[in-house]
Design a protein around this ligand. Structure first.
Ligand SMILES: [Zn+2]
Length: 230
């Protein structure tokens, strides 16, 4: 009976190890996704920065064009003959100056946005570095974990095989069937006069036999093997 309890404990442990091994790649993937997300955010920021830089160059060219026009228009001032033409030129010059002012304002606000985005990018670079470090750490850590889990797995499997080879073939077959049938619990504890697998009462005489622990007794309700633990 004790062997069956040990076998079930080993099976539960082996299942747990397998589950942990399964989960490890998922944890690494989660960290990788975090890294990729930051990289994507950085790419978007770089794109925005490039676009603002292009817009800034366009604005500078606009200012240059207007400045050239301003010089030409001012030159015309000395050539005009009438007051009317003169004041028309003055208002034209005024208009050009206003245009230059507004272009320069736009250029300034583009520069401010640019600085802000460049600061954001620096921040993201720092974040990326940190996440890359985390990723490396986690990858190493998980590699170690897998090695340890494999060692543990092999050891537990060896012990399991030892138990199985010393068990009666028919008994092991029943155990395997029950494991399947009873969703991973083939051996149940007998306690407070009930089977802890199905929580139904066990006849008194049967209970006494179980407590002796020298024969294989199964629950009359759920067929699980019953063991007595003090
Ligand atoms: Zn039962």
């Amino acid at each position: 009976m004790k062997l069956l309890v040990d076998l079930q404990n080993l099976d539960i442990e082996i299942k747990g190890i397998e589950k942990k091994k399964e989960d490890i790649p998922k944890e690494v993937d989660t960290q990788r996704e975090r890294l990729q997300k930051i990289q994507k955010e950085m790419d978007i920021l770089i794109e925005i920065i490039e676009r603002i830089k292009r817009q800034k160059i366009d604005k500078e060219q606009d200012v240059q064009i207007e400045n050239d026009l301003l010089v030409k228009t001012k030159r015309k001032l000395s050539e005009v003959k009438t007051n009317k033409e003169y004041s028309a030129l003055l208002s034209e010059i005024d208009g050009i100056k206003k245009k230059i002012d507004s272009f320069e304002d736009e250029e300034l606000s583009l520069m401010e946005i640019l600085e802000e985005k460049e600061r954001d990018l620096e921040g993201k670079k720092g974040e990326l570095k940190e996440e890359e470090r985390n990723f490396q750490d986690i990858t190493h850590q998980k590699k170690d974990e897998i090695v340890k889990l494999n060692i543990l797995f092999d050891e537990r499997l060896k012990r399991r095989n030892q138990i199985v080879s010393s068990l009666d073939g028919k008994l092991f077959k029943n155990y395997t069937k029950l494991m399947d049938w009873r969703k991973g619990l083939a051996v149940a504890q007998f306690k407070d006069n009930v089977c802890k697998g199905c929580y139904k009462g066990i006849p008194l005489q049967m209970g006494i036999e179980i407590k002796k622990m020298n024969s294989i007794i199964t629950c009359p309700h759920c067929s699980r093997f019953l063991f007595w633990a003090v």
